[in-house]
Ligand binder design. Structure first.
Ligand SMILES: Cc1ncc(COP(=O)(O)O)c(C=O)c1O
Length: 378
């Protein structure tokens, strides 16, 4: 049996999404900017997709900009604000951001910006009072990862947005792990910019979205044609836009039962480890509303995470480690370091991310094999 439990890294393109996309590769391949029938058909489908997405996310269609991925959206949000700004030179981020944010901020640091880091507690939550103290009249933007890709912590964005409003600073949210995994309502959240990526919810890789709230002005990074309201040039990726929209529609319709099923699987997983007296820590919040459904980031006492991943791989089980490797050493990731996992656990951190297509047989197969490996092979 092969079991893919790495859905936080990426998901497959679902059958319905692929079927929706296929005509736009072949018969309906026109360029939305062309004035003939084939072009107009494509322009209409891009427009229809934008309207549908706006409806699903509760925003205006003019606030949606297609990009090539989550990383591009994040780069655009942060550099776009920075390049458009003449007065404010501080940025606030957490110390558990994705590298798309941290490395963009390092680049901006090289241009003279100061990056201030918010600490997180042992479950990965920021301290709202620390944010209140950090933001000031020089803060250009606060950028926060809404749901952590490693440990699944879901931050209270509404509370953060109130602080940003009071301080008159922009708020950008990295919602790449959020969409179709937990509720997202742009009116309710009240953020200025928000980044999304299609491949985390059974859409294709290579398509993302940046939400730019009406009235928020950011510099373009990609210049050329008039696409995306003249803000992000390049011929629209019509099949992927169609796939993104279909995946979003299906994912949101499925959300209630998805959450329940994945939380049930996670509870079963932990219960069986407890029954076998396995010594582990669940990194991040308890299973429930503050944790991404299906995310199980576990550290095992006195074990080796890379070896565990290798042994699982040999049995056809695909997961991620909580380590970052360079050529000479294997270090715990910056997220695992930030939440201060105890020393005797930190070296065996593995992320199991259950997905929409995971079956109960697969979950049980993984647990059986994990227990066997931990007890007999390590
Ligand atoms: C939280 C988070 N932000 C940003 C990204 C980058 O998205 P993409 O792979 O679409 O560039 C990822 C991808 O893993 C992510 O998990």
């Amino acid at each position: 049996m092969k079991v893919y439990l790495d859905n936080a890294s990426t998901t497959n393109v679902s059958k319905d999404v692929l079927e929706a996309m296929l005509p736009y590769f072949k018969e309906e391949f026109g360029n939305p900017s062309s004035l003939h029938e084939k072009g107009i058909k494509n322009r209409k489908i891009v427009n229809k997709s934008r309207i549908k997405i706006a409806e699903l996310l509760n925003c205006k269609k003019s606030e949606i900009y297609f990009t090539s991925c989550g990383t591009e959206s994040i780069n655009w949000a942060l550099k776009g604000l920075a390049f458009n700004n003449k007065t404010k030179y501080e940025i606030v981020i957490t110390n558990v951001e994705h590298h798309a944010t941290t490395h963009t901020c390092s680049f901006l640091e090289g241009m003279g910006f100061t990056i201030n880091y918010l600490h997180v507690d042992s479950n990965g939550f920021i301290d709202i009072n620390e944010l209140r103290n950090l933001v000031n009249e020089n803060t250009l933007v606060v950028s926060i990862i809404m749901a952590n890709n490693e440990i699944g912590t879901i931050q209270n964005i509404k509370e953060i947005s109130e602080v940003c409003d009071q301080a008159r600073t922009y708020l950008h949210v990295d919602a790449v792990q959020v969409v179709c995994h937990t509720k997202l309502d742009l009116q309710e959240l009240n953020v200025d910019l928000l980044s999304i990526s299609g491949h985390k919810f059974h859409g294709p890789k290579g398509i993302g979205l940046l939400y730019i709230k009406e009235g928020t002005h950011i510099e373009s990074l990609i210049h050329g044609g008039q696409q995306e309201l003249k803000k992000r040039a390049g011929t629209e990726n019509v099949p992927y836009i169609v796939g993104f929209t279909k995946a979003l529609e299906l994912g949101i319709a499925n959300l209630g039962q998805y959450t329940k099923r994945l939380n049930d699987y996670s509870n079963l997983f932990l219960k069986r480890l407890d029954n076998e007296n396995i010594k582990y820590i669940l990194n991040g919040p308890n299973i429930g509303e503050e944790r991404l459904p299906g995310n199980l980031n576990l550290s095992f006492k006195d074990k080796d995470g890379l070896l565990l991943t290798y042994l699982l791989d040999k049995r056809g089980i695909y997961v991620s480690t909580g380590s970052a490797c360079d050529s000479e050493s294997i270090e715990p990731s910056h997220v695992i370091s930030a939440i201060e996992v105890p020393r005797d656990y930190i070296n065996a951190t593995v992320r199991f991310s259950i997905g929409n297509e995971t079956t109960s047989e697969e979950v049980n197969y993984v647990i059986d094999n994990l227990i066997d490996i931990l007890k007999n092979e390590m």
